[in-house]
Design a protein around this ligand. Structure first.
Ligand SMILES: Nc1nc2c(c(=O)[nH]1)N[C@H]1C(S)=C(S)[C@@H](COP(=O)(O)O)O[C@H]1N2
Ligand SMILES: [Mo]
Length: 276
């Protein structure tokens, strides 16, 4: 691997030229086949991973800096691949802690990175997001006004891409937790949520503790401006507690799940949790 190739869609090869239909079928099959974890077992695992996570956090900051100096393979620090593949469990759930936040003045616009599922412009006035129950039934189809009506937050943090660059970024929008409150009674103790672009080309899976963390936003603004389409307008995720791969742009589907949802980069050998 030369490591000198650069494309817009790193990390990893941009394989959105593969057939979209295959991708959709694969996603459906994987979701259907995923092992079911009973909620009680999920709780036990979360508690355990919280404890190991707390130990990992102590070395977290130094680890990130060290990783940046390591050799890369296809733009992915090799050491990250090795560690994450070897022991996924220490990276699970956890962020009970909060990541550092910065002054708005420290932020700079973020580059555009990754266009899977957002290559074509959409009519933002026509955009809606489907909210689905674990059995796939539609709970809601929402336009942007729902998200504009929720309490708005500014969040300035260091966005970290797994390929090795980072940027102090300024995001604005509601907390996922406040959005979730609308459905909390209806969906109950569901351990996961999957999110996908409207065309389902890009999709990410989240554990509930992470997505309900107060530092996880459904962002509508970046650097004080409404999101551009390339940054995921009208709605994307933003959080300092996961690598950039989890910050899906142009959300079209939000589906609660009892099984660990399919995840585009986890299917390509990245850690499913991708926690920081
Ligand atoms: N729909 C979609 N969302 C995506 C990606 C993508 O390819 N498609 N790439 C991810 C990656 S790897 C990163 S680092 C961030 C980058 O967000 P930005 O383009 O706003 O900088 O988006 C994430 N969300
Ligand atoms: Mo990334």
């Amino acid at each position: 691997m030369s490591g000198t190739e650069t494309t817009d869609d790193r990390p990893g090869p941009d394989d959105d030229r593969q057939h979209d239909d295959d991708r959709a079928r694969q996603l459906a099959a994987q979701t259907a086949d995923a092992p079911t974890i009973p909620v009680s077992e999920f709780r036990t695992r979360s508690r355990r991973s919280f404890l190991t996570g707390a130990a990992a956090v102590v070395v977290g900051g130094g680890l990130w800096r060290w990783v940046q100096t390591q050799d890369t393979d296809d733009g992915i620090p090799q050491v990250l691949r090795d560690t994450l593949e070897a022991n996924e469990s220490i990276w699970t759930a956890l962020p009970a802690r909060s990541a550092p936040e910065y002054d708005i003045a420290d932020a700079s616009p973020i580059q555009i990175n990754g266009r899977l599922g957002i290559r074509n412009e959409i009519d933002l006035d026509e955009w809606t997001v489907r909210v689905e129950a674990p059995d796939g039934t539609m709970l809601d189809e929402l336009d942007i006004s729902t998200f504009e009506a929720l309490p708005q937050y500014d969040l300035v943090y260091e966005h970290k891409c797994i390929e090795g660059w980072s940027n102090i970024t300024h995001w604005g929008g509601p907390r996922f937790a406040d959005f979730h409150a609308r459905y909390a009674d209806e969906v109950g103790d569901v351990p996961y949520v999957g999110l996908a672009t409207p065309d389902r080309q890009y999709y990410v899976g989240w554990d509930m503790p992470s997505i309900l963390h107060p530092q996880t936003l459904l962002a509508m603004r970046e650097h004080g401006e409404p999101l551009s389409q390339a940054h995921g307008a009208p709605l994307r995720l933003a959080t300092p507690n996961k690598y950039g791969i989890k910050a899906i742009k142009r959300i079209g589907v939000i589906r609660y799940s009892y099984e660990r949802p399919a995840d585009y980069w986890a299917e390509r050998s990245y850690d499913w949790y991708a926690g920081l």
